[in-house]
Structure formats: structure tokens, C-alpha cells
Design a protein around this ligand. Structure first.
Ligand SMILES: [Zn+2]
Length: 325
């Protein structure tokens, strides 16, 4: 509970800061700001039951230690991970203002704010002069409301699991599925927990993703010996399959005949493994497009495409001998 009135006043004032940077300043500007903030607070209080809850609750600090060292490759990745993390702890975050570029510091700045009205909690992430990766730069670690008690993964009963299994093909997305489960079983699961259950069910149905990679490589290597199909793979330092590409004998034939125009395109992670797929097609004598080269890539970065296209080039160099004029 609130220890003294001043603490409550501080809290109230902070909550009214519209721009993050102003929040800190406002505490020092007590006299004017507090009374204004407090009045507003009282007005809204009578209007809205939710605010009553805010007024009666205390400052809640959460453990953000584990965020300090972490870095994120993009704003999107950061948002996804941090929102998941918050939701797990019982509150929701949304992006604050649009991403800003700070000229003096030569970095990008993005904030995530608590979704609860008038809650001052926010996290500020920045890239740095030397790195495009986002890292926690500042945290206003105070919630003025109670955090939701989430049900844990251990609260998933066999009945709930069975229901998830039944609904997995029907529900539009994981969010809707979570909603349905929560309603039916009177629970408060977070979508991340349901997503994890879905993954477990998938693993049971289709085998583990890591097993798939192993089986795939083995299959291609055997096929390579048998039919001399073209297959190249790239492993990382931990022996994890990063990229692979192949061209079957039939693809070879098609390419040898119809290599006047080649078209390439990548799909964006539409498969179970979340890997971008690069495929190269040619147009045959009937005007049909035929796939002649397939590559699964770790990401859609320059290096990955370079790797795949180099492999493609190495291979077709062996195939097509220059015609004499
Ligand atoms: Zn909050």
C-alpha cells in the first residue's frame, strides 16, 4: 500500500507525463504539476472504475535484470520478445512514439510503454553508434497497478491439452485459440504458453525439427551418391544446418534446355522451420514455369543469397558448355 501521501502524489504526476522525457522532470517540478495532476486524477477517478484500482495500488517494480545484457537484431524482434516477456509477467506493452533517430548520439531510439492507462512504466531501447542491435538503455520501472496473475504452463491439464489439439486447426490464430481456451476453462493463460503447447503437439505429430534436418541431410547425401543430384549444405560452428540448396537431375535437364530467362524469388518463412525459401524457375517451351533450383536459407541477408547464388552459379557452370558461334 501507499506509504505516504507524497509518494502517491509523485506517482500520480508521473503518470500524466505525455512525453517520456518529461516524466523525470515533472517530479522536481512538484508544486504546480502535482496539484494539476492530482485534480485530473480525481476527476477521472469518479468516471472510471479502473482508475480506482490504480489509486489504491502501489508502486510495483519488476525484475528487469535479465533484460540488461540482451540485444535484439531489429525493432520488430525486440518488440516481439519484450511484449512476450511482459505478457508473461502479467502486463502488456505497446510501442510508444515512433522510432526516433538521435543525431547527436547517432542511434535509433524506441520505447515500449505499459498498456495500462496512466501507468508510467516504460522501457527505452537504443541502438548504438557501432551497432544496429537494440539494447535496453533506460527503464522507468514502476507500475501503478496490480499485475495480472497468469496461469502457468503447469496448469495445463490433459483436458485442456486435448482441447487445444482439437481447436488447433479451427482457431484463426494462437490469440483466438488462447481466448477460447481461457473462456472455456475459466483460465488466464498467456498466448505464449498456448503457442508452446502447439509446438509440442506439432513435435509429437511431425517429429522434432532437429530430427527433420538430420533426416533431410541424410536423404540428400544418399541421393547424391545414387543419382548425382546436386546438393550443398552449410553448417554453423555448432553443426546446426544453416542453409542448403539442391537441384535434382530433372531440374538440371530443365535448366539445360530452357536457360534463356531465369526468374528467382524468395518466399518469406511460410514453412514450419521459419526459413526463407529461394527458388529459381525457368519458362519451358509450353510457357510453364518450372523450378530448377531450391535453397532454404537461414535469413534473407546478403550473405545468405550470395551463398545460394554462388552455389547455383558453380553448378550451372558445370552444366552448360558455351555454344560455339
Ligand atoms: Zn503498468
Amino acid at each position: 500500500m501507499i506509504n505516504n501521501e507524497e509518494e502517491l502524489l509523485n506517482l500520480t504526476t508521473i503518470s500524466f507525463g505525455n512525453v517520456e522525457e518529461e516524466k523525470a522532470d515533472k517530479i522536481s517540478d512538484k508544486d504546480e504539476e502535482i496539484s494539476e495532476g492530482y485534480d485530473k486524477y480525481e476527476d477521472l477517478d469518479s468516471e472510471n472504475q479502473e482508475n480506482q484500482e490504480n489509486k489504491n495500488s502501489v508502486k510495483i517494480e519488476i525484475d528487469i535484470e535479465n533484460l540488461v545484457e540482451r540485444t535484439y537484431n531489429s525493432r520488430k524482434e525486440m518488440g516481439k520478445e519484450i511484449k512476450g516477456w511482459a505478457s508473461y509477467l502479467g502486463f502488456n506493452l505497446r510501442f510508444g512514439t515512433r522510432e526516433e533517430y538521435l543525431v547527436k548520439e547517432a542511434c535509433h531510439k524506441s520505447t515500449l510503454e505499459c498498456n495500462k492507462k496512466y501507468c508510467p512504466f516504460y522501457l527505452e531501447f537504443r541502438t548504438s553508434e557501432n551497432s544496429d542491435k537494440y539494447q535496453l538503455f533506460f527503464a522507468w520501472n514502476v507500475h501503478n497497478h496490480a499485475l495480472k496473475n497468469r496461469d502457468k504452463a503447469s496448469d495445463i491439464t490433459p483436458e485442456i491439452l486435448e482441447r487445444i489439439n482439437q481447436l488447433k486447426g479451427i482457431a484463426k490464430n494462437t490469440g483466438k485459440l488462447t481466448e477460447a481456451i481461457n473462456k472455456e476453462f475459466n483460465k488466464n493463460f498467456n498466448a505464449e504458453i498456448i503457442r508452446y503447447q502447439l509446438k509440442k503437439i506439432k513435435d509429437q505429430d511431425f517429429g522434432f525439427i532437429s530430427d527433420d534436418a538430420y533426416t533431410l541431410v541424410k536423404m540428400f547425401e544418399e541421393e547424391e551418391k545414387k543419382s548425382h543430384l546436386f546438393f550443398k549444405k552449410k553448417l554453423d560452428e555448432n553443426n546446426i544446418l544453416e542453409n542448403f540448396c539442391f537441384m535434382t537431375k530433372r531440374m538440371e535437364k530443365l535448366y539445360t534446355h530452357f536457360n534463356d530467362i531465369i526468374v528467382m524469388d524468395a518466399t518469406h518463412k511460410t514453412n514450419r522451420f521459419g526459413l526463407p525459401l529461394l527458388d529459381i524457375v525457368v519458362v519451358n517451351n509450353l510457357g510453364q514455369t518450372c523450378t530448377v533450383f531450391v535453397a532454404f536459407l537461414k535469413n534473407q541477408k546478403f550473405e545468405s543469397f550470395l551463398w545460394a547464388l554462388n552455389e547455383f552459379k558453380n553448378f550451372i557452370d558445370l552444366l552448360v558448355t558455351p555454344k560455339s558461334f
